[in-house]
Ligand binder design. Structure first.
Ligand SMILES: *Cc1c(COP(=O)(O)O)cnc(C)c1O
Length: 463
């Protein structure tokens, strides 16, 4: 499989280069040149298969010209070996036609493990084969950092630097990062905000001399390999409840649009999905776009679901690439307009095409707490402030004959304060993390100064 940029002006790459590249040189995002197709019979045959088997089958067409089948099978097996639930992504029935897929049984309790555990092994495999090393630099407001650290710890070919804003992530989130004492993991507590962390990372990627000297790599969801790994659980979930002989809808708590785009990819590959319901908190740029046809930036407001506190959903460009097919320069222009003016209209025809398949619903913090309380009373499920948005958005989308699967993106123990406020019950950490509050922490506090951050990275990598 070859990969092309959404903006059409970057080199066409193979899977291993896409894995290591991140953002395309023309500012776009990479997508496969064509979508692999699965027939109804092939999908039906997945009904009896394990998560690992479905994963191997769904992802093989994306990698098979670069990674031999037997090697890939081993990579997938290892990637899901650390998950705590034997089903990997178990399904729960919430009412007659609504299911919850739990995507929080990985090492750091958020759905990002499902992709990053695989990406860690893929990095290792590709780099070992090439005899190269990479320096991962990332900014986190919480979940991505810990998932990336768990995925890349103890790997010789990877040095990992994760910047978090000092004092501005929850204690569980911080400890999940800083108690990993592996010698290739470097936590930086930046004296600044999350935006400062992100700006520092961007500046390092834009400093081509620095970028090349240290071979910087990215682990955020612009990396195609993360999307690829997330396609798997859409196939897995739908076939648990009868697809392809049953059409389904998915409801997805959304920030950067990476997760729900993976569902769109599954649909392109043959899975019968009727609708995507996009849940947001008060940071509702996507919901407003679906309602009005105009995409307008707003300031980011902190909410109870911080992993969805996002102003620009970067992966939306991957969906736009489909409605702008063959008009890459018009897409490039639209994205520039959005960046320069903070607002863009992609055209009525394209908007109609998009809202045939997508609809958005938002929840305020107050509703989020109320609904967590209500879900607990009705079903005994403790849902975290992100997952509840998926469940409630599914209900807001109205009655439908079609089965709906809501994605639970984080374990309630990852956001214990909000869950306790809503229900009076403080969710406990699962057994494998029970020692988290007693473990030694290690991190470096660095002033909000790009040169200081770069000097720190240089000294660690060169030393
Ligand atoms: C990252 C994250 C999201 C948002 O996912 P996107 O792929 O960015 O849309 C939602 N919930 C949780 C718990 C997350 O960590």
């Amino acid at each position: 499989m070859k990969y092309v940029s959404t903006r059409g002006k970057a080199p066409v790459l193979s899977f291993d280069d896409v894995l290591l590249t991140g953002l395309a040189r023309d500012g776009g995002l990479y997508l496969p040149e064509a979508w692999p197709q699965f027939s109804a019979n092939q999908i039906r045959a997945m009904q009896g298969k394990s998560y690992v088997e479905v994963a191997r089958e769904v992802m093989t067409p994306f990698v098979s010209d670069v990674i031999p089948e037997a090697d890939f099978a081993e990579i997938v097996e290892k990637a899901y070996a650390r998950f705590e639930h034997p089903a990997i992504a178990p399904m729960k029935q919430l009412d007659g036609n609504l299911w919850l897929m739990e995507l929080f049984h990985g090492p750091t309790l958020a759905f990002k493990d499902y992709a990053l555990q695989l990406v860690g092994h893929l990095f290792d495999y590709v780099l070992t084969k090439r005899g190269e090393k990479v320096t991962i630099v990332g900014a986190t407001s919480g979940d991505t950092g810990s998932a990336a650290i768990e995925a890349c710890r103890d790997r010789d070919a990877i040095e990992v630097f994760i910047l978090h804003p000092e004092g501005r992530v929850s204690e569980v989130q911080r400890r999940q990062m800083t108690t990993v004492l592996s010698s290739n993991i470097h936590n930086i507590a930046l004296k600044g905000t999350f935006d400062d962390c992100q700006d520092a990372v961007k500046a390092m990627f834009n400093d081509l001399e620095f970028r090349d000297a240290y071979k910087l790599g990215a682990v955020n969801s612009i990396n195609w390999a993360r999307i690829m790994a997330q396609i798997v659980y859409y196939f897995y979930a739908a076939t648990r409840i009868g697809s392809p002989d049953r059409t389904v809808r998915f409801s997805v708590p959304t920030g950067n649009f990476g997760n729900v785009f993976a569902g769109y990819a599954a649909r392109k590959m043959g899975l019968p999905i009727e609708k995507f319901i996009v849940g947001s908190n008060r940071n509702d740029i996507l919901t407003r776009y679906f309602e009005t046809g105009t995409m307008t930036m707003d300031s980011v407001e902190p909410s109870l679901s911080p992993s969805m506190d996002i102003q620009i959903s970067s992966n939306f460009e991957r969906l736009l690439a489909d409605v702008y097919k063959g008009e890459e320069s018009a897409l490039t222009q639209a994205m520039a307009e959005f960046r320069d003016t903070g607002s863009v209209n992609f055209g009525d025809g394209r908007w109609k095409q998009i809202v045939e398949l997508f609809e958005g619903h938002r929840l305020t913090d107050e509703m989020t707490l109320q609904k967590i309380k209500r879900a607990y009373a009705r079903t005994g499920e403790l849902l975290d402030p992100h997952s509840i948005i998926g469940v409630v958005a599914a209900r807001m989308a109205g009655a439908s004959e079609t089965a709906t699967i809501a994605l639970a993106t984080a374990h309630p123990a990852k956001f214990p304060d909000a869950v306790e406020r809503a229900t009076g019950v403080r969710p406990g950490l699962p057994p494998h993390m029970s020692g988290l509050f007693d473990r030694e922490e290690r991190f470096e506090v660095i002033s909000n100064d790009l040169d200081a951050v770069k000097a720190h990275i240089s000294s660690k990598v060169d030393g």
